[in-house]
Design a binder for this molecule. Structure first.
Ligand code: AHR
Length: 760
């Protein structure tokens, strides 16, 4: 029953060299204190500033954007100075006078009085014995003041220090500190015996040992983890942070280059501030250092459509257009050009050769997007034809030239496992697809094996279609365990350690076993039913329009939540609907969670067209095509019957939709051939809970053993953690094989099987 028939001589498509990439967005404080190795939090003293244009509600610690979007803000400066504290008689206050630069809105006025101020970093400053740290600060004082800077314990015991004499106008005071102890909950301390006032304009502390030893560099252990995935590109800087929730919080390239201490800070809509130290230049530098391509995503003149959008006027759109052009020139122009010159001043005289992709907006859609897309695309393509341009919607469907579309999927594992054929019927003449964000989220917040299994199954379908689906990137990449805004995330870290969720190891297996071409293959598998349960709800409708509502023949008196979640196989909903505007919207199998956790099927009738859409997380799929239907202006009889394998929808006695749900395949696979290694690589996913014997048959003679790498766990809920980092971790073994052989595939497993051709 379970088999894979491999036809190595049949070439389906070449592999796409760009298939596996990285998507980095500063979310969950994954930038400062994370990938960006800065160890001081609130280094520019501006974390508590209410973003321009927003109002603050102190009671609930919330801000409201000019368009009414409400978001948390828990570090307002009127309530304290984030991450800094005083000890032994010192006191400090924020000032907006005499700041270091026009982009620095605050400075810290310190009266040491023989005491000290301490910064606790991102939940502790991590220092290790014998390791070196680079410190600098901009400081000024009217008198000569001796100031000691130290790495120290939480109670002020020095692990290494340096004394500076601060005097006069702002100066940069820098040193290298060596720690005499290992302490992951250390502090940066600044002290003085003087009674004079010292003003700090900016501070910074980095480990010397960053990736490629770059100053203002990246945390080595995290970069190394990323590179083990063998990525081909990096998409940056977002994500929703590109869009922002107001024009002031929209990302601008120009704010992210130049001397770090002069960069404008950026309030990220994930509810914290960044000083933009990890900026455009640093992203490009990382791509160059790592030998991967760069994908720059820029704002196209609108804010996040999921957060009460603001569509910028022509003048502002033009400003963002210019910002995109400047970014491109910064990366590519010679030093004759103003932007090329700026790049040289920032330490990179040669153009960056890594910039390859440009994405116009992020998660934008609809008419407002289409016109902005067209405006950006047509002008940019003319001026910079060398790039691959990415649209965030299917703009080709409105007749616009579209090279590649970025599609995002956040759903439950079953959604991924049942959609492995999603791309099988793509129009091969149409635009390319970039699956730019995907992750099994529903029920998988803690990063469990179940999620990795669904994603792996989905990726086998993508690999089969990599002639058109040329790029993918899992999202989000990182989470600082102490500052969570989104789960799951591929790599979780604290200030000195990290662990990866099972999806990471699955992607490490997939990304490092590519082959040269996808060969012919045929998979035979068993299936599970996709068992849906949940309630009926009336959505977006005037509920007084319904009467005679029955579930399984019993009259219902409430329309809010007609029945509770049930495991009953068959339910029949019937009602009379007094229809005035011809619209019907009824959810069924609604699991009843709000927001991203939703799972429901919606019967939607509008403009005399009827369809059924399955909403799952942030993803949706059209289950029943749009068909014509007549809604009577007056009383309509509506009926939905749900049963174990599907549903039927009847309007005024006529069956509109009768659907059998997609089944969940137990096994899915994809086979590629590595010509140089003379190897067939089979990626084989067992989504089921059973061990399965799969008989494999190859069209040529093969060696008598295979290398089998397996990722599995005791349950769908198996996961990794700081305490148990490698609980779900791949292991490799050799098993006996031949041209025809059987693999005992572990339950709940992702497998990579490498089988060499027989030597001639
Ligand atoms: O990956 C997290 C967020 O999901 C991204 O910022 C956004 O593009 C998507 O909505």
């Amino acid at each position: 029953m379970y088999s894979i028939d491999i036809k190595t001589k049949e070439k389906i498509t070449d592999v796409s060299a760009s298939l596996y990439g990285l998507f980095f967005e500063d979310i969950n404080r994954s930038g400062d204190g994370g990938l960006y190795a800065e160890l001081i939090r609130n280094r520019a003293f501006d974390e508590g500033i209410i973003p321009e244009g927003c109002t603050y509600d102190a009671q609930n610690k919330m801000i409201t954007s000019p368009t009414g979007w409400v978001s948390s803000f828990d570090c307002c400066e009127s309530e304290g100075i984030a991450a800094w504290e005083c000890k032994n008689g010192a006191n400090m206050e924020l000032t907006d006078k005499n700041t270091l630069h026009q982009n620095r809105k605050r400075a810290l006025k310190v009266h040491f009085n023989g005491g000290m101020i301490l910064n606790d970093g991102f939940r502790g400053v991590p220092v290790e014995e014998g390791k070196k740290y680079r410190f600098y600060m901009f400081a000024k004082s009217e008198k000569n003041v001796d100031v000691t800077v130290m790495l120290c314990s939480a109670d002020g015991k020095s692990y290494g220090e340096q004394v500076f004499c601060v005097s006069g106008e702002y100066g940069k005071y820098e040193c290298e500190l060596t720690s005499s102890a290992t302490d992951y909950n250390a502090r940066l301390g600044i002290s003085s015996g003087s009674k004079e006032t010292v003003i700090l304009g900016f501070t910074s502390l980095f480990p010397k040992d960053t990736y490629m030893e770059r100053e203002n560099g990246l945390r080595k252990s995290l970069v190394e983890k990323l590179l083990r995935l063998n990525p081909s590109f990096l998409r940056f800087p977002g994500g929703c942070i590109v869009e922002g929730f107001s024009k002031e919080t929209a990302y601008r390239f120009e704010d992210s280059i130049g001397p770090v201490w002069e960069r404008k800070p950026h309030w990220l809509l994930w509810a914290y501030m960044t000083t933009n130290g990890l900026g455009y230049h640093e992203y490009l530098q990382f791509c160059e250092d790592a030998g991967i391509d760069a994908m720059y995503v820029f704002n196209c003149g609108m804010t996040c459509q999921g957060r009460n959008p603001d569509f910028f006027d022509e003048k502002l759109v033009e400003e963002f257009y210019e910002d995109a052009v400047h970014a491109i020139l910064y990366a590519t122009a010679s030093t004759e050009n103003e932007w090329g010159k700026r790049r040289a001043e920032n330490g990179h005289p040669e153009p960056f050769k890594v910039l390859k992709y440009l994405e116009i907006g992020n998660e934008n859609w609809g008419e407002e997007y289409n016109k902005r897309y067209q405006y950006f695309y047509e002008r940019l393509k003319k001026e910079f034809p060398q790039f691959i341009y990415i649209s965030t919607d299917h703009t080709e469907k409105t007749g616009l030239t579209t090279e590649c579309v970025d599609e995002h999927f956040y759903a439950d594992p079953v959604f991924f496992a049942t959609n492995t054929k999603m791309y099988d019927n793509l129009d091969r003449r149409g635009c390319d697809i970039y699956c730019g964000e995907y992750a099994a989220t529903i029920g998988c917040k803690e990063g469990i094996l179940y999620g990795a299994l669904g994603e792996a199954a989905f990726l086998t379908g993508i690999e089969r279609n990599q002639d058109k689906v040329k790029m993918t990137s899992y999202a989000p990449l990182f989470q600082n365990v102490a500052y969570m805004a989104w789960e799951p995330d591929m790599i979780v870290f604290n200030n000195h350690e990290d662990y990866a969720i099972p999806s990471y190891y699955m992607l490490e297996m997939f990304g490092n076993n590519r082959g040269d071409y996808v060969c012919g293959y045929n998979v035979e598998t068993g299936y599970d039913k996709r068992c849906e349960t949940g309630a009926f709800r009336i959505s977006n409708m005037d509920k007084t329009m319904f009467s005679n509502i029955k579930i399984n023949g019993k009259i219902c008196d409430t329309l809010e939540f007609l029945i509770g979640k049930t495991d009953e196989n068959s339910q029949r909903f019937s009602a009379d609907l007094e229809c005035e505007n011809g619209e019907i919207h009824i959810c069924f199998w609604d699991t009843g969670f709000n927001g991203e956790d939703q799972n429901h099927y919606d019967w939607i009738v509008k403009n005399q067209k009827s369809k059924v859409v399955h909403y799952n997380g942030w993803s949706n799929e059209l289950i029943c095509e749009c068909i014509d239907c007549d809604v009577i202006c007056g009383k309509n009889s509506v009926e939905i019957e749900t049963f174990e394998t599907g549903f039927e929808i009847v309007l005024n006695g006529k069956v509109l939709h009768k659907e059998t749900l997609a089944l969940v395949p137990h096994i899915t696979a994809v086979c590629t051939v590595d010509k140089k290694e003379e190897t067939v690589i089979t990626k084989l996913v067992n989504f089921s809970e059973n061990e399965i014997d799969v008989s494999v048959c190859c069209d040529v003679n093969m060696q008598d053993s295979v290398e089998l790498t397996t990722l599995t766990g005791n349950s769908y809920y198996s996961k990794n953690s700081f305490e148990n980092k490698y609980s779900v971790y791949p292991y490799t073994e050799k098993i006996a094989a031949s041209k025809n052989y059987t693999i005992h595939v572990k339950p709940r497993s992702v497998n990579v099987v490498k089988h060499k051709f027989m030597q001639k």
